[in-house]
Design a protein around this ligand. Structure first.
Ligand SMILES: C[S@@+](CC[C@H](N)C(=O)[O-])C[C@H]1O[C@@H](n2cnc3c(N)ncnc32)[C@H](O)[C@@H]1O
Length: 361
């Protein structure tokens, strides 16, 4: 699959063209209509969450179905399902055949549980009751500059996850689901083969590490995350035939980080945290890392343009939920320097994720 990933510069060119076309298409409607369309984006998102929760795409996996049969399969009201599907089809999610049956199309496929790159987990998490509630307090976050989870739940986001297993499962599955989408471009866009031992700090269930090790057959891995998270990792590692090549360790990166790595990979870790906590984590990596080893932060590095970039939205998610932020190259350079690292390069990939390389000084 990696050889199908186009070069990052080609993807940037295509993104640029898409961005111009979107602007042009918006300008073809009156400004209030454009605004209303943007405002109703939240309805579209919620409708996709409902389709994910009902398992509509899975029910259509064997072929198109009339609304009534589809509704029966997913245990919902036939009229409700028909109206949901009609609205989603109008936005290009699922299709309606000439005979009126609903079926899968490319976007609908992404909501199947077992599609190659499934977005169902993301749909379930971003549309969950808890996550929606967090975003209804965006105004508070923007006004105070502080995340809302602490005041709503009485504890910070990751502690709250530890106490709400159902929500934690949605979150961890969403992370695996999104990683699924990002891993191939990252592995295709960065040469990990020069590192014999790769430590993935905050590696979740190990999806990224599995992809890196699949691409670098001689490397070994260490997967590090909180004990309750890595508890679910052996299943995924076994599916990838990696049980013998990965050492799984549970612990907190606020306490310490495993030693012995030639590369320390941290995907979407530093963005979760404000500078103070980010520095504690980076300093713990600095304490563990040996001379000559490399730190690799996989992050949405905020570009210096006003065009659309997913990182600008994930930045708001960080503001609302975790109190973290997306950063520019200069902000990473500064943060890394404070933790005893020198930023040596930023490698763009075909995904919005860049690899920020740093070495201990
Ligand atoms: C945004 S997720 C990223 C997961 C994974 N790297 C990926 O990109 O899919 C943040 C990860 O940090 C982990 N984490 C949060 N607090 C932690 C801590 N104190 N020690 C170790 N891991 C922690 C979470 O369990 C979660 O897996």
């Amino acid at each position: 699959m990696t050889d199908k990933v186009p070069p990052a510069r080609v993807v940037r060119l295509v993104e640029n063209v898409r961005s111009q076309l979107t602007r042009l298409s918006r300008r073809m409607a009156p400004a209030p209509a454009q605004m209303l369309e943007l405002l109703l984006g939240t309805w579209v998102s919620q409708a996709i969450q409902v389709a994910s929760a009902l398992g509509i795409a899975d029910a259509l996996a064997d072929g198109p179905l009339p609304a009534a049969t589809l509704a029966e399969r997913v245990g919902a009201d036939p009229d409700g399902v028909n109206r949901l599907m009609r609205a989603l089809v109008s936005r290009g999610v699922f299709r309606r055949h000439r005979d009126g049956r609903y079926g899968l199309n490319a976007l609908g496929e992404t909501l199947r549980t077992d599609s190659a790159v499934s977005m169902r987990g993301a749909g379930l998490f971003y549309g969950s009751r808890q996550q929606r509630e967090h975003w209804t307090h965006l105004l508070d976050a923007v006004t105070t500059g502080k995340p809302v989870v602490e005041s709503l739940r009485g504890k910070e986001f990751f502690e709250y996850l530890g106490e709400d297993p159902e929500f934690a499962e949605l979150f961890n599955n969403a992370m695996t689901s999104i990683s699924e989408f990002a891993v191939q471009p990252v592995v295709a866009g960065y040469d990990f083969s020069r590192y014999p031992t790769i430590v993935d700090v905050g590696g979740g269930h190990g999806r990224l590490l599995a992809a890196i090790l699949a691409a670098t057959p001689t490397a070994r891995g260490v997967l590090y995350d909180m004990p309750e998270v890595v508890a679910d990792a052996p299943k995924l590692l076994a599916e990838f035939g990696l049980t013998d090549r990965v050492e799984v360790q549970g612990g907190s990166f606020f306490e310490s980080v495993p030693g012995g790595g030639d590369a320390y990979v941290m995907k979407h870790i530093i963005h979760d945290w404000a500078d103070e906590q980010a520095l504690t984590i980076l300093r713990n990596v600095r304490a563990a890392i040996k001379p000559g080893a490399t730190l690799l932060l996989l992050e949405f590095v905020i570009p210096d343009h006003d065009g659309d970039f997913i990182g600008k939205w994930v930045d708001l998610e960080m503001l609302v939920v975790a109190g973290g932020r997306e950063r520019t190259t200069e902000q990473y350079r500064e943060l890394l320097a404070q933790a005893g690292f020198r930023l040596t390069g930023v490698v763009e990939t075909a995904s919005p994720i860049s690899v920020v390389e740093a070495i201990p000084v």
